[in-house]
Write a protein that binds this ligand. Structure first.
Ligand code: URA
Ligand code: CA
Length: 434
């Protein structure tokens, strides 16, 4: 086999075989195939796309390019959730204990965040004493015992994807549905998921700006998952504005606690019930979505979701007493209000810009080396569609410095107030299955 012939084949819009795709990924990972040949192939894929078979083959080849996590010692069907990323997306913190409380095993290896706000691991580190570095055997035991454990990612997962993603970034080939879909799915499969629920975001704060593009990506991932033997479903959800009210690590832990108590923001609660119902269904802990949803509502109402969260924190050395007293979470020194400049209706809360403002305060990482301030962030007081009076607080800035003029200016530019009535956006755009 010669790489030049395979490039020519794809250039001429012919289908690459399983063996050919495996050959490419194996040799690209070792460095035997150089970046310039891979770049040419990526561009051919960008223009000609990939068949369903090629997408499944690429996903499997990338999954096999490095370590894979073996979760077979955990009883039950391991359902993983993946979100394509948003601003103030507190869902994982809520969903973990929520579905674990109805018996779905949650064995999650999470990463740290880059950009907007921290990742799940960063958020959990806002809990005093909580350890994300526990041995693999203990992790498995905890999931079997409590149905939930979350640890930091170790090992060398999908090195082919890391190399390819970096190459796509500098060859204008990131925006290709087959390449994005196989990239995301290869990582989920390497992390040991038996079944996958995908939350594909759409809107200003999302990778996919329109619901149509988000649906194409979701359908591509759902097809890959099912074609490689993993039950996979997806929803398209709104990320035109941040999810919930809180953006920032400790602030989101507090928001997760509120939501597990049944006192959280409406959109966050609804999204968690929707995604959670799919997880419960795929784990075969309920026969229908309706049954799954009522089980989840019951578990919130009877306090078991919150109890499971406490147990989860305690089991990994965390101070669970902060669940009853969230003032024990890291607190910022200054709480600064952002008053509205005029009366009207909130028309836009541009999610990615608000996320960037939170990052500037220190809630997220500008580079991999940045150190996060767990206490800082933003808490929205208004969401799209709300009425506002001049002088009323649009949001509260939680900061460890008094000098926040540039952040305020960024925020004023990303919050649009209209004179006319505005409808709240639809939260769940659609559901995608095979
Ligand atoms: N996220 C990924 O993990 N991969 C892509 O290709 C794009 C977004
Ligand atoms: Ca939030």
């Amino acid at each position: 086999m010669r790489m030049v012939d395979l490039i020519e084949k794809k250039r001429d819009n012919q289908e690459l075989s399983t063996a050919e795709i495996q050959y490419i990924i194996e040799r690209y990972t070792t460095g035997e195939i150089p970046d310039y040949q891979m770049s040419a192939l990526l561009m051919a894929i960008y223009f000609n796309g990939m068949t369903e078979q090629e997408r499944a083959d690429l996903t499997m080849a990338m999954m096999k390019s490095g370590d894979t996590i073996d979760l077979s010692a955990i009883e039950g069907i391991k359902v993983d959730k993946h979100s394509t990323g948003g601003v103030g997306d507190t869902t994982t913190l809520v969903l973990g204990p929520l579905v674990a409380a109805v018996g779905v095993p949650v064995a999650k290896m999470s990463g740290r965040g880059l950009g907007h706000t921290g990742g799940t691991i960063d958020k959990l580190e806002a809990v005093k004493g909580f350890s994300v570095e526990i041995p693999k055997e203990e992790f498995i035991d905890l999931v079997n015992k409590n149905k939930i454990s979350v640890i930091g990612q170790t090992g060398n997962l999908t090195p082919a994807d890391k190399k390819l993603y970096a190459l796509r970034d500098v060859t204008a080939t990131v925006d290709s549905i087959p390449l994005i879909a196989s990239s995301i799915m290869s990582k989920k499969l390497a992390a040991g998921a038996d079944a996958i629920v995908l939350d594909v975001k759409t809107g200003a704060g999302a990778f996919m700006k329109t619901p149509e593009d988000a649906e194409k990506l979701a359908q591509a991932m759902v097809n890959i998952g099912n074609n490689v033997g993993r039950n996979t479903m997806a929803i398209i959800s709104d990320m035109s504005q941040p999810l919930g009210f809180a953006i920032g690590n400790a602030l989101e832990v507090k928001e997760a606690i509120d939501t597990l108590k049944g006192e959280g923001p409406e959109d966050l609660a609804e999204l968690c019930l929707t995604l959670g119902s799919y997880m419960v269904l795929l784990a075969k802990k309920a026969a229908t979505l309706e049954e799954a949803r009522s089980a989840l509502k019951e578990i919130i109402a009877n306090g078991k979701a919150l109890e499971t969260f406490k147990l989860f924190l305690e089991s990994q050395g965390g101070d669970a007493s902060l669940v009853d007293d969230p003032s024990k979470l890291p607190q910022a020194t200054y709480k600064i209000e952002l008053p509205a400049k005029k009366d009207g209706y909130v028309k836009e809360l541009i999610a990615d810009e608000i996320g960037t403002a939170a990052m500037k305060l220190g809630a997220g990482r500008e580079t991999k080396e940045s150190v996060i301030d767990l206490a800082v962030g933003l808490v929205l007081n208004k969401k799209i569609g709300d009425t506002v009076k001049a002088g009323e607080s649009l949001l509260t800035i939680h900061s460890n410095t008094e000098q926040v003029d540039d952040v305020k200016e960024m925020l004023y530019n990303s919050i649009i107030i209209s004179d006319e009535h505005v409808e709240a956006p639809t939260l769940i755009h659609s559901h995608i299955s095979k």
